[in-house]
Design a protein around this ligand. Structure first.
Ligand code: IPM
Ligand code: MN
Length: 369
């Protein structure tokens, strides 16, 4: 396969975890005889300082011309962020516009903790049981993040307002993606909502339940978001399968899932649009540890695995990366973020060791094994 890939390294730990992800991408390219043309482009807070925009025109062009995009985390330390006007900060000035530009409505965030890696989680071993395997699917281009944002004064009172809007099409298309995914995995689907308070919550529930009728073979349940947050901690494995969220609720509960499995460094993601898709870690740029070769590159390497799985439909390549990563963990190696006082320091590896080990595993195993 021949593809042009835009690489947006981002800020903070972005460039160093991207370096490891690219090593892995190149190992897969060689082994499976693909040809990838990589084009690097500035994106994020540092792009604002060097180019005057967190999502410069030339980056938009590179992304428009690319088949897929690999994006690193963005954002700098608070003091530097304070020097950037709100609309040019990477959240409102780069990430949301990127999602809107390519209408990447379905965000896949796999939450995987095999039983062998129980010790990464802050939860008790018995709670993890046979392991966590939830595919969280978050609607990514609608809801309150994309509605009108108003700050103003009326009758001497200051106020702020964010509009939350969902259309039937918005809900239906992501629900279909979630049910299709549940069918592929032969898994149940849990729909998360806030229908007891919000109009958009009732609407979300109604549309998803209408779509559910087209999938009578998929076990389906719905759960209020506050209860889902509670249940995820006390009994996460009951949700093994697919979970579906609207935008903001998915943002919050996917971070909670990172906490449950032990680190946001274990949270890769893929953002799928009708024509173009991109992948990114679900976490921020960790400026405090940037440049120290300490960050866990799993989320970035896993995002490359998701690129193969969800964007390029090359499942064998994806499985090769996933199994390499999990073998490294099962051999006992871990990065600093995963280390609890109960772990031994002997098997602590850094960012570049991790990438090297993944590449080595990919090279060692034969295709189709
Ligand atoms: C995420 C992030 C973004 C979001 C921010 C950085 C805009 O938290 O991808 O989860 O809220 O979607
Ligand atoms: Mn988030």
């Amino acid at each position: 396969m021949k593809k042009t890939i835009a690489i947006l390294e981002g800020d903070g730990i972005g460039p160093e975890i991207m370096r490891e992800a690219i090593k892995v991408l190149k190992a897969v390219e060689k082994k499976y005889e693909h040809t990838f043309k990589l084009i690097y482009a500035p994106f994020g807070a540092s792009a604002y300082f060097t180019e005057g925009s967190p999502f410069p025109e030339k980056t938009k062009q590179v992304c428009d011309e690319a088949d897929v995009i690999i994006k690193g985390p963005v954002g700098l330390a608070v003091e530097q962020m304070n020097d950037i006007p709100q609309e040019h900060r990477p959240e409102l000035g780069a990430i949301l516009p990127l999602r809107k530009r390519y209408d990447t409505f379905a965000n896949f965030r796999p939450v995987r903790l095999p039983a062998g890696l129980k010790s990464f989680s802050p939860l008790k071993e018995e709670v993890i049981g046979d392991g966590i395997d939830i595919l969280m699917i978050r609607e990514l281009v609608g809801g309150i993040y994309f509605g009108d944002k108003v700050e103003g004064t009326s009758t001497e009172m200051k106020f702020a307002r964010d509009d939350c809007i969902y259309t039937e099409k918005d809900v239906r298309r992501v629900a279909i993606v979630a049910f299709e995914e549940a069918r592929k995995r032969n898994a149940k689907l849990t729909n998360v909502h806030k229908a007891n308070v919000l109009a958009t919550g009732r609407f979300w529930l109604e549309i998803v339940e209408a779509v559910a009728k087209d999938y009578p073979d998929i076990p389906y349940q719905s759960v209020l978001v506050d209860n889902a947050a509670f249940q995820l901690v006390v009994n996460p494995t009951q949700f093994n399968g697919v979970m579906l969220f609207e935008n903001m609720q998915g943002d919050i509960l996917t971070d909670q899932a990172g906490g449950i499995i032990g680190s946001l460094g274990l949270m890769p993601s893929a953002c799928i649009g009708p024509e173009k898709s991109y992948v990114e870690p679900a976490h921020g740029s960790a400026p405090d540890i940037a440049g120290k070769n300490m960050a866990n590159p799993y989320s970035m390497i896993g995002s490359v695995a998701l690129l193969f799985e969800k964007c390029l439909t090359l499942p064998e390549e994806a499985t090769d990366i996933w199994s390499s990563i999990f073998q490294i963990f099962e051999e006992g190696f871990m990065t600093r973020d995963l280390m609890g006082p109960w772990h031994t320091k002997e098997k602590l590896i850094n960012t570049s060791d991790f990438g090297d080990r993944v590449v080595q595993k990919i090279e060692e195993t034969h295709q189709g094994t």
